[in-house]
Design a protein. Structure first.
Length: 201
C-alpha cells in the first residue's frame, strides 16, 4: 500500500459496522440498542422485528474486548436505565462510550428507554439524560420486558419517525440532530405498563 493510500484510509476513519440484523429491502433508518447479559432489551428488539420494516438493527458491544461499534447512518438509540434509582448512574457505561465518539453521536435522531418503576423519579432516566445531552426527542419508554402493545408501537412508530424525518429533510448529518429535545413530546405515545423482569435491563 502506498503512503498516500494509507493516509487516505486513516483520514476516512473507521469502517462502518455491519448491522446485527439488516433491513429487508431498502433501509430507511436504524436502531442502535444496548442490552446487558440479561438480554431483556435484546429480546424486546427481536420481538419488534424492525428489520422487516426497513430498519437496520445494531447492537452496542457488552464487553470491552469486543470491536467498537461504528454507525454512520441516522438512528434511534434504545437503552435500558441502570443505577437502581440513581440518575447519575442511569446511562450504561457502554452507551456513554458509544456516544462519546463524535462520529457516532452526530447520527443520533431520537431515543427510546426502558426502566423499572421501582426506580421512582429515575424511571427511564437514561432516556431523559441522552435526549437532553444529544438534543434529540425522547420518543418512547417502556417498563422492563415491555408488552406486546409496546413492541407493536415501536415496530410501527420507528419507521414512521424516519419517514417523517425524510419528508422534513432532517436526515442530513449535523453536529446535532435537527429536532430539539423535549422529554414530554414522546411521539410514539408511551405507556406505563408493569411487566415482569429484572431490575435493570
Amino acid at each position: 500500500m502506498s503512503e498516500t493510500t494509507a493516509n487516505d484510509s486513516a483520514a476516512a476513519g473507521p469502517v462502518p459496522s455491519r448491522p446485527e440484523r439488516a433491513a429487508t429491502g431498502e433501509s430507511i433508518g436504524a436502531v442502535v440498542y444496548f442490552s446487558s447479559a440479561s438480554e431483556n432489551t435484546a429480546r424486546f428488539v427481536a420481538g419488534c422485528r424492525l428489520e422487516d420494516e426497513g430498519i437496520d438493527v445494531y447492537r452496542i458491544p457488552l464487553r470491552p474486548r469486543e470491536p467498537l461499534l461504528n454507525v454512520r447512518k441516522p438512528y434511534v438509540l434504545m437503552v435500558p436505565t441502570y443505577g437502581g434509582g440513581s440518575a447519575r448512574k442511569a446511562v450504561p457505561m457502554q452507551v456513554k462510550r458509544f456516544l462519546n465518539d463524535p462520529a457516532n453521536r452526530r447520527f443520533i435522531r431520537g431515543v427510546i428507554a426502558s426502566g423499572n418503576t421501582n426506580f421512582g423519579d429515575a424511571f427511564c432516566a437514561a432516556g431523559d439524560i441522552i435526549a437532553a445531552k444529544c438534543r434529540v426527542p425522547f420518543l418512547y419508554y417502556f417498563e422492563l420486558l415491555g408488552t406486546p402493545e409496546d413492541r407493536e408501537k415501536v415496530r410501527q412508530g420507528v419507521p414512521d419517525f424516519f419517514r417523517r424525518l425524510k419528508r422534513e429533510h432532517a436526515t442530513v448529518p449535523a453536529p446535532h440532530a435537527a429536532t430539539p429535545a423535549d422529554a414530554t413530546a414522546r411521539t410514539l405515545q408511551p405507556t406505563h405498563t408493569a411487566t415482569t423482569g429484572e431490575k435493570d435491563d
